[in-house]
Each structure stands twice: as C-alpha cells, then as structure tokens.
Design a protein around this ligand. Structure first.
Ligand SMILES: [Zn+2]
Length: 74
C-alpha cells in the first residue's frame, strides 16, 4: 500500500486528513462504502454532523440499505 498525503476536505483547512466519514451501502448484491468526507481531527465533529444530515436527506431505492454514518481512522 502506498501512503500519500490526503488533506482535510473542509475549505480553508488544509490540515492532513486523519478520518474518513463513511457509511456502508448495499443494494443487496454489492456492498460498498459511501464516503462523505475526509477530515482532520479538528473538523471531524462538524463534518460528521453534516454527513449525518446528508444521509437523512438521501432517498434509497427499493432493496438498498444504508448503515448509519461511521468514522474510520486512517
Ligand atoms: Zn480540517
């Protein structure tokens, strides 16, 4: 695995991203992660709240499931 610097996605932040905010998505056949944001520790809480809000607004098609938003370290 190659390591490369990933920056926090919050505009104007520019710190190294340490966390991935994502949710497990499935349509019953394939499973994947729906990534909402990559953030540094300082922006994590605010971006997590935004991701949870985005998820609530997201409509799922029949057969699709979306698990609650989770935080993954990197
Ligand atoms: Zn940040």
């Amino acid at each position: 695995m190659r390591e490369y610097p990933v920056l926090c996605q919050v505009p104007g932040c520019g710190a190294a991203a340490r966390h991935k905010i994502a949710a497990r998505w499935s349509d019953g056949f394939t499973h994947e992660f729906k990534t909402y944001a990559l953030t540094c520790a300082a922006c994590l809480a605010a971006e997590f709240a935004r991701a949870a809000e985005k998820q609530r607004a997201c409509r799922l098609a029949l057969g699709e499931t979306l698990a609650p938003v989770e935080v993954f370290g990197r």
